[in-house]
Design a protein around this ligand. Structure first.
Ligand SMILES: *Cc1c(COP(=O)(O)O)cnc(C)c1O
Length: 400
């Protein structure tokens, strides 16, 4: 019989030695501010931006202070105004509605499906309804929550037809793709996080990509470029800034050289890390599916998803049973989160706990969240560890 798992669910993989070396170099010369450069020096932040632009295939990239900052910068770049309605998934993390509310706009939630993607039928109906309103939503902040990617062809068609601008929240899809095109490259702007629990780790940090020169110029000036935008490399040419340089308020949120220095070696290793997550996720997802005891969200065949966490919906669904499951798994060292609890805990807050925004009736999302169990898969677990975790999950699910 399987016994107990002893791994740590919040222990990250160590940073590569090359990141430690790069950090020491930056600390040694002390030029931590991104614009504090020697004549002719590129700087770690501008180099990271070039490398991330190349990684995603975007024309432009801006490194910023956090993933949440990147979302706000994108909303400001597309000129969302106070009072505007902004569509977003009901199932997402607090920084997403937070970024909308922080600029005085109003989050308007779209339902999610059992496969944890935005409900495109509901979106279509909402777009029709918004089109009929005097101040209808002009922007969708699409969150690829937990790395699940919806049918992006249909989503973009719906939004293009409704003239709704799409901003992608790719906090969980760095390294993921739709039809071979990097996640974050289908909407007008893509936003990523380099916070510790995401795919590359600088403690805090964010990245913003776009092909649109004017949007990116707004984001660069807005992030606090002090008219030093010519020191950016993955950014639009100087003439683009001429048109807007007096009009964009400075909301400082730059990335610093130390963080960029430790991210660059991790970005180089990200493709390997992604393969590692995909393999680990496959072990656990396969065992859960084979057990027939839970629904595991299905991946669209055109999506490449990076399973840095796993979600499942137990078929035995009463709240009491799910509480029992969490307790039994915790007693055996397996830490699950549940999105069905009334009170938000840690990262599991739900749309109805964001009370600064209107809480609409979302029966489909409620039914999904009521059963939704969630577990991190750190790369510090090997495949055997994942098999052990899967065995514990299946055994405890079978006891419900
Ligand atoms: C982590 C996260 C963000 C951004 O978070 P920061 O902590 O600000 O970097 C945005 N969206 C989702 C879904 C996230 O999980």
């Amino acid at each position: 019989m399987v016994t107990r798992f002893t791994g740590n669910f919040t222990q990250q993989a160590a940073l590569p030695q090359s990141a430690l070396d790069a950090a020491t170099t930056v600390l040694g010369h002390g030029r931590l501010h991104r614009y504090n450069l020697l004549p002719g020096e590129v700087g770690e932040v501008a180099a990271l931006e070039e490398e991330f632009a190349a990684f995603t295939g975007a024309r432009y990239c801006l490194a910023v202070a956090s993933g949440g900052y990147a979302l706000g910068a994108a909303l400001r770049a597309v000129e969302v105004q106070p009072g505007d309605r902004v569509l977003t998934n009901a199932f997402t993390l607090a920084p997403v509605p937070g970024a909308i509310a922080a600029i005085g706009a109003v989050p308007v939630y779209v339902e999610v499906t059992e496969d944890l993607v935005i409900d495109l039928d509901h979106l279509a109906a909402m777009l029709d309804a918004e089109a009929g309103r005097a101040q209808g939503a002009k922007v969708l902040l699409l969150s690829h929550m937990r790395g699940h990617i919806c049918d992006m062809d249909r989503l973009m068609r719906l939004c293009d037809d409704a003239m709704v601008t799409v901003i992608e929240d790719c906090a969980h899809t760095m390294g993921a793709a739709w039809r071979g095109v990097a996640s974050g490259r289908h909407g007008a702007m893509g936003c990523y996080s380099t916070q510790t629990y995401k795919h590359i780790n600088s403690g805090e940090g964010g990245l913003l990509v776009s092909d649109d020169p004017e949007l990116m110029a707004r984001a660069v000036i807005g992030s606090g470029s002090y008219m030093l935008y010519d020191r950016h490399r993955a950014a639009p040419p100087p003439e683009v800034y001429e048109k807007i340089r007096y009009d964009v308020p400075n909301v400082s949120g730059r990335m610093d050289a130390l963080r960029a220095a430790i991210l660059r070696p991790q970005l180089a290793e990200l493709p390997d890390a992604c393969e590692g997550w995909i393999a680990r996720h496959a072990v656990i997802a396969g065992a859960l599916r084979d057990s027939g005891l839970a629904h595991v969200p299905r991946r669209n065949p055109h999506a490449r998803e990076i399973g840095s966490s796993i979600q499942f919906l137990p078929h035995a669904a009463a709240p009491e049973q799910i509480r029992e499951l969490l307790c039994a798994c915790a007693a055996r060292g397996v830490e699950l989160k549940w999105f069905g609890a009334e009170e938000p805990q840690g990262y599991t807050s739900r749309y109805d706990s964001w009370r600064y925004a209107p809480v609409p009736p979302l029966p489909r999302t409620d039914a999904v969240l009521a059963r939704l169990c969630d577990m991190r898969i750190p790369l510090s677990f090997d495949l055997d560890a994942c098999a052990l975790i899967a065995a514990i999950l299946v055994e405890e699910l079978s006891r419900l």
